[in-house]
Each structure stands twice: as C-alpha cells, then as structure tokens.
Design a protein around this ligand. Structure first.
Ligand SMILES: *Cc1c(COP(=O)(O)O)cnc(C)c1O
Length: 398
C-alpha cells in the first residue's frame, strides 16, 4: 500500500480554495484602501465590503443590514449571548437555556454569565446526541431571556431540530440563537424560513481563511457594542475592516451553499462507507445518530485504544484526524460531548473523529479503511486495557 496524505479533519479547519484566494488577492496589493476613506480607492474597498455583506446575507436568507462581520465563530457566539443576556437582564430576565454539548465558545460564555448571576439550564442530548424540542419547551420560564442551541455538533456531527426549537421559542416570546458554524454549507439554512433570531458562522470551517466570520441578528433585535472606537459595523464593532478576509469569506460561503443536496449525497455515501468499514473492527461504536448527522462526520470509539496513540499512528501514515480525548487541549478529561452521550471515560478516550469534505476522494476512504484496522490491531496488541477487556469476556463477564 502506497502512503498518501489524507486530510480528514475538516471540522477543525479547512483549506482556503483557489477561487477564494483569487477573490482575496487584489485587496492586499491593489485595492488596499481603507473602507472609511472618501477617495476612489477607499470607496472601492467600501463597495467590496458592502457587496460581500449583501452576498453573505443572501447565502443565509438574511437582509444585508442584519449581518455583522466578526473575527470568527467564537466572537459571534460571545457577542450574541452576552448582548442578549445583558439587555434582557434589565427586564428581569436572567435565565438562559443551552445544551450540555455546545462548543466551548458557548459553554464558557454561559459559565461566565453564571458568575455574573445568571441562571443557566444545560439540556441533555441523550444517547443519540440530539436535543429534544419537548425539553426546550419545558425548560422555558417567565424569566428566560435566551435559548442557544448549536445547529450541528462539531465532534459527533448530529444535526439538531432547529426550526422546531425556534418555533417553541417564538411561541413563548424567547430569543433564539444558534451556533451554526458546523452546519453552514452542509445543511440548507434560511434564517427567515427557519425562525432563527441570531446565528453564528465562521469562515475557516468552509474554505475561507481563519479569523473571519459573521453574526446574523434579526432586524429589530438590539445588539450591544462589542468594540468601541470607529463607526464600523454600524457603530457596533469598531476597527478598520479586514476587506480581503471579508471578500474571501463571502466567496467561500457563496460556493459552500451552492448545490448542498448534491454535495451532501456524494459526501454521505463516502462517509457511510467509512462508518461501515470501521464498525467491522470489533469493539467499536458509532457516536451520535447515524442519520441525523453532518454528511462528512464519522465519530467512532475503539475499546482498549488511547485516542492520542491512534492519532499519532495515523499521522505517521499521513492521515490527519482528531480524537475525543482532549489531551491536545491540555486536559486529561475526555470530551464533554462524548461523556454527554453516556460513554464511559475509557471508551470516550478511544474515540476517533474523521471529518471529510467535498475534496475527499474514494481513494482517500480506501486508504483510511486500510490503515485504521491495522493500526487499531497493533495498538490493542500493546494495550493492557485491551488485554483486560478480552480476559473479562472470556471469563464470562459479557
Ligand atoms: C470552530 C467552531 C467554533 C469557533 O469558530 P472560530 O472561527 O474558530 O472562532 C464555534 N463553534 C463551533 C461549533 C465550531 O465548530
């Protein structure tokens, strides 16, 4: 078997594609004006900025005036949640509803608000990794300010019933925000049709560069100032605009939302082959609902294997992937997402996330399916944990 390079970590970040880079290039060396300047060079930057805003709005089903550019998904999440919380607290509403398996940009923001005196309800996601609409309904109180539930989970790819949750929120007059960073470009999203009040999106998860994203805020919902200074982003977020990044982001988003059903069908077929192939290895399980998941997400736990060792061995074989044990982020605790599904610590530790994209080929899948079983076998042969699992089985434990 010939060694290949296979990038299967598109949920972590993606490559900037050629059309996106080409759209950006003129804004570095030729169209470098400050969008606030009044001469032609500045006006041209301003025009590019506003055309990009119009395009981003169009890609999400929003109006141009409802889009604020940010430095990415984390900033958009922080801004939306903190602004809604602080504004509604003035009306005596200090309760927030979210889920246990949100991205840390949402969870840590909620935890910071708890320290300020807000009360937060963390809804469960059950074994399939999906929030129940009924739970949202039951959790809403008189003093609930905001519900924030992610559109699709970044680790296990499960897609949440967002239009249904939004409808429940509106019935009860509660604001609804969604972190749609993983979903945009993979699932068809129309903020108006789906009743979304606020939505976060990030560029680098959809083939734009890192450090750019946007927050959609429905017209009529006031939003706090994020950065004081100039009048950029309608006086809400000061600082000279990153025109090149914004233009690239708009281009990447435009490409991402095109032909979603066709792309999803192709990617889902590859992903299913990946899942079925890996589940042939003994003592494995698929994490998250099999069908209500992002086309490119495959998350499998291997009993008796350490996630880190698996990643290192895959790296030696040219495969970039990610694991559910969070040692990479400086913590020994397994992922909060996998624990939320009810996985035991040692099983969560042996998890592998492969996130494929439109650029993945059948040959890439063949290669992964050749490498992973061999690597898993070798790691288990050296694992005392695996030895114990097998011994317990032989002695009739299971
Ligand atoms: C990547 C990611 C973020 C953070 O986006 P950045 O642009 O990297 O700040 C937030 N939420 C989810 C679900 C993500 O996958």
């Amino acid at each position: 078997m010939e060694k290949r390079f296979v990038y299967a970590d598109n949920a972590a970040t993606t490559r900037v594609t050629k059309p996106v880079l080409d759209a950006m290039l003129p804004y570095f060396t030729e169209e470098y004006g400050n969008a606030s300047s009044i001469y032609a060079l500045g006006r041209s930057a301003k025009k590019a900025l506003e055309t990009a805003r119009e395009s981003v709005a169009g890609s999400l089903g929003a109006e141009t005036s409802e889009i604020y550019f940010t430095s990415g998904g984390s900033e958009a999440d922080n801004w939306a949640i903190r602004s809604a919380a602080h504004r509604l607290a003035k009306k005596g509403k200090k309760h927030i509803i979210t889920s246990v398996f949100e991205h840390h940009a949402v969870l840590h923001t909620c935890q910071a608000l708890e320290k300020e005196g807000f009360e937060v309800t963390y809804l469960p996601v059950y074994e399939n990794g999906i929030v129940r609409v009924e739970d949202v309904k039951n959790a809403i109180r008189e003093d609930t300010a905001l519900v924030t539930i992610m559109y699709a989970n970044n680790e296990i790819g499960t897609i949440q019933p967002i239009p249904e949750i939004a409808a429940v929120c509106h019935e009860k007059g509660v604001l609804f925000h969604t972190d749609a960073v993983q979903a945009v470009g993979n699932v068809e999203i129309d903020v108006k049709a789906q009743g979304i009040d606020m939505l976060s999106v990030s560029g680098h998860k959809l083939h734009a560069q890192k450090g750019i994203g946007a927050l959609y805020v429905r017209k009529g919902i006031p939003i706090d100032n994020l950065i004081y200074g100039g009048a950029q982003e309608r006086n809400r977020r000061a600082g000279t605009e990153n025109v090149a990044a914004i233009v690239g982001f708009a281009k990447a988003l435009e490409i991402a939302v095109k032909d979603i059903p066709e792309k999803a069908e192709k990617i889902t077929a590859m992903r299913n082959r990946l899942i079925d192939g890996l589940l042939k290895i003994s003592h494995t399980r698929l994490n998250g609902d099999r069908n209500k998941r992002l086309p490119g997400n495959c998350n499998i736990s291997f009993e008796g294997i350490e996630g880190e060792s698996l990643l290192l061995m895959l790296d030696l074989n040219g495969i970039c992937a990610s694991s559910g044990s969070a040692c990479t982020s400086g913590s020994l605790d397994p992922s909060h997402v996998l624990l939320a599904l009810g996985l035991k610590h040692e099983v969560a530790h042996g998890s592998l996330r492969l996130s494929i994209s439109n650029e993945t080929t059948d040959e890439d899948i063949d290669y992964i399916l050749e490498v992973v079983p061999k690597v898993a076998e070798r790691l288990r042969a050296m694992s005392p944990l695996w030895e114990r699992i097998i011994k317990e089985e032989v002695s009739g434990g299971k």
